[in-house]
Write a protein that binds this ligand. Structure first.
Ligand code: FES
Length: 285
């Protein structure tokens, strides 16, 4: 096993962290879910993908540049360095809010890694803020604090990367479904009742079938948010709601109506031939 992977595995398996992670995630979840528009905004629904990674670029970029300018630019660069660190500190607030929103839906190892990710970034922010205290009196102290802050920021970034790229938090979980390219029979038409979701599997792909106001709809059944089973969801008003975190998708085109999901569900074309419902991927899916 690679050396760098060991601490990550240790964090993932450290169940003691759940004593903090579970109540904290539940408290965040309660706040954001009670405000639908805030939940959608923090999740990134208006832009079609998670908002948190965009904001982290601003925060990490500003803190990094502020530290480097301070380090190599001499005393005359201090105002520019301070301005950059101020931008980093100000942007850290929405960055943390979007991160907490996303984290509140994670469980197990992802939740534990997310907790340590947040702790590392909070420590970094504290060190950058502390660098403003008495900064004119002691340049070496200020730079030392900022370099230490950069170290914790790098640790936090590494853990965030692990969450996204290894544990698939924030990726589109419906993107890997291999949908049938040709018309494929999936269910007898008589077996699909109005408004009752039905799960079927075609060549390994999980699909959701729904008869909605007489029209047969077919979507990928794996929720794009974190992989929840949409075929176990609730169908209402032309939409299906995921049973895991409440994302709502329009049956007609798969578009997200309510987050936390940000990516639309893949939809399939449907037809009835010889009493059988047939589906095939749309040309763009
Ligand atoms: S898995 Fe989270 S809303 Fe579906």
């Amino acid at each position: 096993m690679r050396l760098a992977r060991r601490p990550l595995l240790w964090i993932e398996q450290a169940k003691g962290l759940d004593a903090v992670a579970k109540p904290a995630a539940s408290a965040v979840s309660k706040v954001v879910r009670s405000r639908r528009s805030l939940h959608n905004l923090l999740s990134g629904v208006p832009i079609g993908h998670p908002l948190h990674p965009i904001l982290t670029d601003v925060t990490i970029g500003a803190f990094t540049m502020g530290t480097l300018v301070d380090l190599v630019g001499g005393r005359r660069s201090a105002p520019a360095a301070d301005l950059l660190v101020t931008v980093g500190a100000a942007s850290a607030v929405p960055t943390a809010l979007t991160g907490a929103n996303d984290w509140s839906d994670t469980t197990g190892g992802s939740s534990r890694v997310g907790l340590v990710h947040a702790a590392a970034n909070s420590t970094a922010l504290t060190l950058f803020l502390a660098s403003f205290v008495g900064r004119r009196a002691s340049r070496p102290r200020r730079i030392a604090l900022r370099l230490a802050g950069l170290g914790f920021l790098t640790l936090g970034g590494d853990l965030g990367g692990h969450l996204a790229y290894t544990r698939a938090a924030g990726v589109n979980h419906a993107a890997f479904e291999r949908l049938p390219k040709d018309w494929t029979p999936v269910l007898a038409d008589a077996e699909l009742d109005e408004g009752v979701p039905r799960g079927v599997t075609v060549d390994g792909a999980s699909l959701l079938l729904v008869r909605d106001r007489g029209q047969v709809r077919a979507l990928a059944a794996t929720c794009s948010h974190l992989g929840g089973p949409l075929d176990e969801g609730e169908v209402k008003d032309g939409c299906v709601t995921c049973p895991w975190h409440g994302s709502t998708f329009r049956l007609a085109d798969g578009e997200v109506v309510t987050g936390p999901a940000t990516a639309a569900q893949p939809v399939l074309e449907t037809r009835v031939q010889g009493g059988q419902i047939e589906v095939r991927a749309t040309p763009l899916s």
